[in-house]
Design a protein around this ligand. Structure first.
Ligand code: SF4
Length: 156
């Protein structure tokens, strides 16, 4: 299957040698493993500030691919969607999935073998059971008071 994220022609293991803030836009975008978990609605515990991810997906997440259906123009539909950059990474770490490549590299950890940059196969993230492809429910059809029923364990 062709990779929906363009990872062609990048230097081998560039993420092990280049700091995040020195990466080109293509290198930065290629770090995304395609799990889609950042596009899940989250619940925050008011007392502890702890974040839990739910299977209730953003309206733009394509459940069949686990990718944003309108990534480049997503702010037209979801203005509050974040733009992840080296400069915005730290303040967003508190909610980011534990397996997210941006989080792992920020924490000085290696990428997993199932990451498409290592496996060379965009399907490996799904085979490893890390993505929620085919398992999300619509935020339109799921009242917010029911989101607790859809909390997922991390990492999955
Ligand atoms: S959680 Fe991280 S790796 Fe997964 S889709 Fe979002 S940005 Fe990409």
């Amino acid at each position: 299957m062709s990779d929906p994220i363009n990872r062609d022609g990048l230097a081998p293991r560039f993420w092990e040698r280049k700091p995040l803030d020195r990466m080109t836009r293509r290198e930065w975008e290629a770090l995304c493993d395609g799990c889609g978990k950042c596009c899940l609605n989250k619940l925050e515990d008011e007392d502890t500030g702890e974040i839990e991810l739910t299977r209730v997906a953003c309206r733009l997440l394509d459940d069949c691919t686990s990718l944003c259906a309108h990534y480049e123009i997503r702010h037209q539909f979801v203005p509050e969607c974040i733009v992840l950059r080296p400069s915005t990474l730290e303040k967003n770490l508190y909610w980011m999935p534990q397996t997210c490549a941006y989080r792992l590299l920020w924490e000085g950890k290696p990428l997993y073998d199932w990451h498409p940059l290592i496996s060379g196969d965009p399907e490996s993230v799904h085979r490893a059971g890390v993505s929620l492809r085919g398992q999300t429910v619509s935020e339109f059809d799921t009242p917010e008071e029911d989101w607790e029923d859809y909390i997922i364990e991390e990492p999955t």
